[in-house]
Design a protein around this ligand. Structure first.
Ligand SMILES: O=C(O)CCC(=O)C(=O)O
Ligand SMILES: [Fe+2]
Length: 246
C-alpha cells in the first residue's frame, strides 16, 4: 500500500545515506521521561512474562508469531501508544503495528547474526532504552556479494562478512526496510564496549564521534513490528482439531 506522501517525508529526513536501502535513524525519538516511563513498565511486567535465553532475556507482546499466522493479543496501553506513533509515520505501509518484542541485554550480551524472516516482512522498527548498542550487518554466507566473484573469493569469517554497523543511541528509533531487512543478517556482538569506526554508517546523526569508545550499560530494546498474518483463536482450534483427526 502507498504511504501518504507527507508521512514518508517525515521519515525521509532521517534516511541514512550510503547504506543499502533502507535505514531510517531518528535520534531522540522519545524524551528522557518517556524512556524512564517505558523502562519502568518493562520491569513492572510479571516475572513469568520474561523468557531467559543464553545471551539476553525477552518479553513477547501481541501474540506468538507463527508461520500459520498469529493469534493477536491486545497490546498493553504503554506499548499501544508507541505502536500507533510509529505506524503513523508510515513505517508499516499504512498498517498498524501489532507485535512488540522486548529484549534486555546486559553489558557483554548480544544476539547472533540472524534474519528476522518472513513473519514480519517488510519492516522492523526498534526503540532503544537505557544504553546504546552497535547493530552489525553481515553479508549472508552462501551468496557472494561481488559480481566478479572469480577474482574476489567470497568472505567467510564473520569479521569478513561484517560490512557496516549502526549506532543505536538510547531513545532513538531505527526503521529497517527492504534490502537491509531481507538481504543481510543483523546481530549484536557480546561486547562490553564499542569502538566508533568508519564502519558506523550513521555516525553523523549521532552525538558520538569517530574514534570514541563507548561503554555499554544495560540496554532494553522495543522491537515494534506488524505481523500481517493474523488468525482467530477459533481458526487455530479448527486447525488443531483437523490435525488431530489425521
Ligand atoms: O535488540 C535489538 O535491537 C535487535 C533485536 C533483534 O534483532 C530481534 O529481536 O530480532
Ligand atoms: Fe532481528
Amino acid at each position: 500500500m502507498e504511504e501518504p506522501r507527507a508521512k514518508i517525508l517525515a521519515l525521509e529526513t532521517f534516511c541514512v545515506e550510503q547504506v543499502p536501502p533502507t535505514v531510517y535513524y531518528v535520534p531522540n525519538f522519545i524524551s528522557k521521561s518517556e524512556e524512564t516511563y517505558l523502562l519502568h513498565q518493562v520491569y513492572a511486567a510479571p516475572k513469568p512474562k520474561w523468557t531467559q535465553l543464553s545471551g539476553r532475556k525477552l518479553q513477547n507482546w501481541g501474540g506468538l508469531p507463527h508461520a500459520k499466522g498469529m493469534v493477536p493479543e491486545k497490546l498493553p496501553a504503554w506499548l499501544q501508544g508507541y505502536a500507533e506513533k510509529i505506524s503513523s509515520l508510515g513505517a508499516f505501509g499504512g498498517k498498524l503495528a501489532n507485535h512488540v518484542l522486548v529484549n534486555e541485554y546486559l553489558p557483554g550480551q548480544g544476539i547472533m547474526p540472524h534474519e528476522d524472516g518472513p513473519l514480519y516482512f517488510p519492516t522492523v522498527t526498534t526503540i532503544s532504552l537505557g544504553s546504546h548498542t552497535l547493530l552489525d550487518f553481515y553479508h549472508p554466507v552462501s551468496r557472494g556479494q561481488h559480481a566478479d566473484s572469480e577474482q574476489v573469493p567470497t568472505p567467510q569469517t564473520e569479521e569478513q562478512r561484517h560490512f557496516l554497523s549502526l549506532l543505536l543511541e538510547p531513545r532513538s528509533l531505527l526503521v529497517l526496510r527492504e534490502d537491509m531487512y531481507v538481504r543481510y543478517l543483523h546481530g549484536i556482538r557480546p561486547a562490553t564496549s564499542d569502538a566508533i569506526t568508519e564502519k558506523v554508517a550513521n555516525v553523523v546523526a549521532c552525538s558520538a564521534a569517530l574514534g570514541d569508545e563507548l561503554r555499554r550499560g544495560t540496554r532494553v530494546s522495543l522491537t515494534i513490528r506488524h505481523v500481517p498474518k493474523e488468525i482467530s483463536f477459533a481458526g487455530t482450534r479448527a486447525c488443531f482439531l483437523i490435525f488431530r483427526q489425521i
